[in-house]
Design a protein around this ligand. Sequence first.
Ligand SMILES: C[S@@+](CC[C@H](N)C(=O)[O-])C[C@H]1O[C@@H](n2cnc3c(N)ncnc32)[C@H](O)[C@@H]1O
Length: 286
Amino acid sequence: MEQINDIDTATDTSRISISAHYTGYIWYKNGLSHKQFVTPMGRAAYWALKPMNIFMQKMVGASIDTFLLQRHFVLDHLVEQAIEEGFEQIVELAAGLSSRGYLIKKAHPSIHYVEGDLPGMSARKAELLDQLGRAEGHMTQPCNILDESGTHSIEALLGSLDKTKKTLIITEGLVNYFDLPTIRKVWARMAVALKQFPQARYVTEVYPKLEQHPSYKYVKVAQKVVGFFTQGEYPLHYDSNKAMQQGFIEDGFAQVAVTAPEDYYDKLDMPTSSRQSLVRLVAADV
Ligand SMILES: C[S@@+](CC[C@H](N)C(=O)[O-])C[C@H]1O[C@@H](n2cnc3c(N)ncnc32)[C@H](O)[C@@H]1O
């Protein structure tokens, strides 16, 4: 009994869930979400972080929200691209209060969309989707990315899907809450589990450690603020696109593309930053 409690404590990262209220509000405020997913906590966090955002805009040339929006737009684009390529199953892990699943199901009713998150957040999302009138083939499932086995593991979630269909995993706003060895173990498990599908891809954003970036010292401030809000660390991963790509290859992915928001400025109508951006987008195929 004691041992079970120890394991639960080690993998309980529900302290991070508060961040979903903030991002959920940012998506709504910028016309990217249904108001159903707005919570009082999200609204309060937005006002609490407003001074920080003004400071970042002045010093870095873009606010935290700009970087959030950039990643969100590009990830949406990468998902749409996968759908065009014939991907029919999408698993969004740590989906939080994002309405990506809701919007994709509206635009592409035949897609099988599964939203995974920690049990508390998953239950909340299930209720919100039910109130909106949930589309057929839009599932919510409790999933803890740190569970290596059992009903809440990524392996169990993928195991419940159709093995004949092209399958995509997406995570947004998740990976930098974990230190690199921890998240690499998750990525390696994903790569193994994705190999059971005829074609499979993982897309995510990663905030790298760009110590040479002119705004790096302000990034450290933002990192501290996020860490304070979520009562933990917010480590940055890899110091170059090449190192990031190599890392994913070593984790078991066969083909890895690392891009930056500016690579999409001519394609996507999204907020731009005056300096080199601080986030990277990864599309990794097994
Ligand atoms: C910053 S929010 C991102 C939510 C959403 N993807 C978005 O961009 O708006 C982080 C999410 O990670 C979830 N989370 C934290 N730890 C997790 C874990 N171990 N397994 C799965 N999800 C987790 C939280 O519940 C929360 O919904």
